[in-house]
Design a protein around this ligand. Structure first.
Ligand SMILES: CN1c2c(nc(N)[nH]c2=O)NC[C@@H]1CNc1ccc(C(=O)N[C@@H](CCC(=O)N[C@@H](CCC(=O)N[C@@H](CCC(=O)O)C(=O)O)C(=O)O)C(=O)O)cc1
Ligand SMILES: N[C@@H](CCS)C(=O)O
Ligand SMILES: [Zn+2]
Length: 765
């Protein structure tokens, strides 16, 4: 027999039940008890799905009201002083929500904690804030309550906890100026580890046997001091007497194989999809009393697993390890949709190529049974079906397009260079005549329920095309008039017609498919439905020209055309795994290049190509950065290099630390970059300053994730800070990101205040 387990299951619900309940609670429409009940029901349902799939050890602790790191941060009692948390009381759900969003139904609003990307995924976690004096205490009981809940359902539970090194690595504090790996953070371990010990003791008392300690930081470039700390923390964890499974994912831990075999832990999980080369060396290095859990079912993508290939890879390991070999998905299933059975509109062929969280657990079970020697009719039937689907995809005529291949070849001779920035900005300024500190927004305006309802009715066929178009045009007109009224300089059309900045384009491009219900949590209650790139990408029709040209026809001010860049399209889609990501990205870049050129021809003189995911796509190991950045930058330039000098190219980035990729950002050579900086108090600008970034920059002056309206003086102060770091004549004034998640009242107030801030800055110069 081969033991199976899962590292985590999506918590949002197949129909986004958690999202809906959270938003209803925040809006005051339901009480906390109703929300708690929904959470309870969802957990039960998800455990049941896993149990029915035959998974041996069911994860508990992967549920989170907002984010799993925030759950753990509050469990450790780490609450920044501004939230007024008493050192002796438990941390309440509303305090957790205030940390995440700045406000909750009860408690005083305060600045939300920073949010950033979870490794190289499109999931965002809430950054723990720590100080050198940080105290830790067990401040929430939810993990233990959930273990009891699961046990009451008769399940074999395996609690899942962020490891001490990962939690510390991801945390931030003013004192830790050296970034994530700042070794001074390790001094906190002495106070942190006793709380881990306390948690494990409580779990042991509940009869738990195995605990999964997530240490994905081990796949990063880990300094030695942190590896020594791993020895220290493993000892404390093992002293609990529980079986510790150290879980790693998203990369390789091969270089730590010997160390892993020396630690007093009882097992290691490794990602066999991202880093199959590590299987043998890690297996060889483990002791005879350690298990090896291998993830060969991809937790980051939606294609059906080639079980023949997986089985072949595992056979020798199984011979070597016997029952010490466990199987699991490669990482938590948080990053894939819940259940393919809701996809009733996908054509049968395409649907047959896919596997969502629920189906992945089935794959896991059959793989384990097959490996364990089961050879009955049912197993054979499942494997035959699986084989046919995988093979069918491989040979399908829908994947390759000769015209795309040809175009890629021709694209090799396209120049990626534009004339120098100084020359371009002069011609742009002559045309646009913008004031100092020009104001703009990042693109989207509030996606009201009226807009979403209109789109739903249109999709369901109850709203005709013409009526939908009319409704969207009315929305665009309102957005344009509002921006003119308050005196913004470069306007946008507001992106009302977009369900999402990636999915919208995916729906219009050939080679893409999209789901009805393939929701994946992005942060908190916010979800995305990543489209699927299954074949060569081609742009059959213009995607945005009609909307942008209409907006421009309403005003004499410049309206920015708004596109999602090739790297972000790639990063936020489920991508084909039968060709290099780079090739798919070049196909996307060519489609976008056509759109950029068409926008220019339609009279749009400012075009923004958003690349918020360029940093997220950075490989986790430094050694792999250059190759990625080279093609990522090339793709951006391929999209943009076809325009005239006086057409101004903007780009936008958010949720990222930029220090690491300044050279690449500069090489993208956008005329203007707007970036998220306000939550970090302009800290992120230091990278641009140190690099002497030459082109225009709009550092975001207010956080769009919070409904709190920013103060004029505060924004002026932020811009003054920016002007100390960068030449004032290069600066723009804009929010951190798009406004789609905001409501109109706060949007109006915030943008008016922002325009006022710009006016005050201009007066002072
Ligand atoms: C900028 N960000 C994005 C990321 N990834 C993306 N793929 N897209 C992004 O924009 N990653 C980084 C950040 C993360 N930020 C966000 C911000 C906001 C959202 C978000 O608001 N998501 C929406 C879903 C968006 C969507 O697809 N909307 C559809 C369907 C809407 C819907 O639920 N319709 C209802 C009817 C509604 C009604 O009647 O009121 C229905 O069909 O039942 C649409 O607009 O058509 C969310 O709600 O979570 C995500 C990431
Ligand atoms: N243009 C997009 C960028 C989000 S990162 C928006 O405004 O929503
Ligand atoms: Zn953004």
């Amino acid at each position: 027999m081969v033991t199976t387990h899962s590292l985590g299951f999506p918590r949002i619900g197949a129909q986004r039940e958690l999202k809906k309940a959270l938003e209803a609670y925040w809006a005051g429409d339901i009480q906390a008890t109703e929300l708690e009940q929904l959470g309870h029901d969802l957990r039960q349902r998800h455990w049941q799905i896993q149990q029915q799939a035959g998974i041996d050890l069911i994860p508990v602790g992967d549920f989170a009201w907002y984010d799993q790191i925030l759950e753990w941060t509050t469990t450790l009692g780490v609450v920044p002083a501004r939230f007024g948390q008493s050192a002796s009381l438990p941390v309440s759900l509303d305090t957790l929500f205030r940390m995440a969003r700045g406000r909750a139904p009860s408690g005083t609003p305060a600045a939300a904690c920073e949010m950033t990307k979870w490794f190289d995924t499109n999931y965002h976690y809430i950054v723990p804030e720590i100080t050198p004096e940080q105290q830790f205490r067990l401040a929430r009981e939810s993990l233990f309550e959930q273990v009891k809940e699961a046990q009451a359902q008769g399940l074999s539970v395996k609690p899942v906890i962020p490891g001490p090194l990962t939690w510390l690595w991801l945390s931030k504090g003013d004192a830790y100026t050296e970034g994530a790996g700042d070794v001074r953070k390790l001094a906190l371990l002495e106070r942190l580890l006793p709380v881990y010990a306390q948690v494990l003791e409580r779990l042991k008392a509940l009869g738990v046997e195995w605990v999964q300690i997530d240490e994905p930081v081990l796949v990063l470039d880990m300094p030695d001091a942190w590896l020594s700390a791993l020895k220290q923390s493993s000892q404390v964890l093992a002293d609990s007497g529980l079986h510790i499974l150290l879980a790693t994912y998203f990369g390789s831990v091969q270089e730590h194989a010997v160390l892993l075999g020396q630690l007093p832990i009882h097992g290691v999980h490794i990602d066999g999809v991202r880093a199959p080369q590590q299987l043998a060396p890690v297996a060889d290095a483990l002791r005879a009393d350690q298990i090896l859990s291998v993830g060969l079912i991809d937790g980051r993508n939606v294609w059906r697993t080639d079980l023949d290939a997986a089985h072949e890879r595992l056979q020798s390991l199984h011979k070597q390890l016997g029952e010490r070999l466990w199987l699991a998905p490669s990482c938590s299933l948080l990053h894939v949709p819940v259940d393919l059975s809701f996809e009733t509109e996908l054509d049968a062929e395409l649907r047959g190529w896919l596997s969502f969280a629920t189906q992945k657990l089935d794959e896991l079970r059959w793989l384990a049974l097959w490996l364990g020697g089961k050879d009955d009719e049912q197993t054979r039937q499942f494997l035959a079906q699986q084989r046919a689907a995988v093979q069918g995809r491989r040979v399908s005529a829908r994947i390759h397009r000769e015209e795309v291949r040809q175009r890629l070849l021709e694209a090799e001779s396209i120049s990626l260079d534009r004339p120098p920035f100084t020359q371009r900005i002069a011609s742009q300024q002559a045309k646009l005549k913008l004031p100092a500190y020009p104001t703009t927004t990042i693109g989207s305006f509030p996606q009201t329920s009226d807009i979403r309802k209109a789109r739903r009715d249109w999709r369901q066929g109850s709203l005709p095309d013409a009526a939908y178009e009319k409704a969207m045009r009315a929305e665009i007109e309102q957005v344009v008039r509002f921006q003119e009224d308050i005196g913004l300089d470069v306007l946008v059309h507001g992106e009302a017609e977009r369900n999402d900045m990636v999915e919208y384009f995916g729906e219009l491009l050939a080679g893409y498919a999209f789901t009805q219900n393939g929701w994946v949590q992005s942060y908190g209650s916010r979800c995305v439905k990543p489209p699927l790139i299954f074949g060569d990408v081609l742009r059959p029709v213009a995607m945005t020209v009609g909307w942008s040209a209409y907006a421009q026809s309403l005003t004499a001010k410049p309206v920015k055309g708004m596109l999602t860049g090739p790297v972000t399209m790639l990063q936020w889609s489920f991508v084909r795994d039968d060709q290099p990501r780079e090739t798919t990205c070049r196909q996307l870049a060519l489609a976008l290049r056509d759109e950029v050129n068409d926008l220019e021809a339609a009279g749009i003189s400012v075009i923004q190509i958003d690349e918020p995911a360029i940093r997220e796509g950075l490989p986790l190991r430094r050694a792999d950065w250059k190759a990625y950045l080279d093609w990522a930058v090339d793709c951006f330039r391929l999209s943009t290099s076809g325009v005239r000098d006086d057409t101004q190219i903007h780009t936008h980035m958010c949720y990222s630390e930029f220090n690491d990729i300044m050279e690449a950002i500069a090489a993208m050579d956008a005329d203007v970059i707007t970036i998220e900086t306000s939550r970090s108090n302009m800290e992120l600008l230091s990278a641009f300053e140190d690099f002497h970034y030459p082109n225009d920059i709009g550092p975001g002056v207010y956080d769009i994730h919070s409904p709190n309206v920013p103060d004029v003086e505060w924004m002026v102060g932020l811009m003054r800070k920016a002007a100390q770091r960068l030449p004032a004549e290069r600066l723009w004034v804009n929010p951190d990101c798009g406004l789609k998640t905001r409501a109109w009242p706060e949007t109006q107030a915030a943008l008016k205040a922002m325009v006022e801030a710009a006016a005050s800055l201009r007066q002072a110069t």
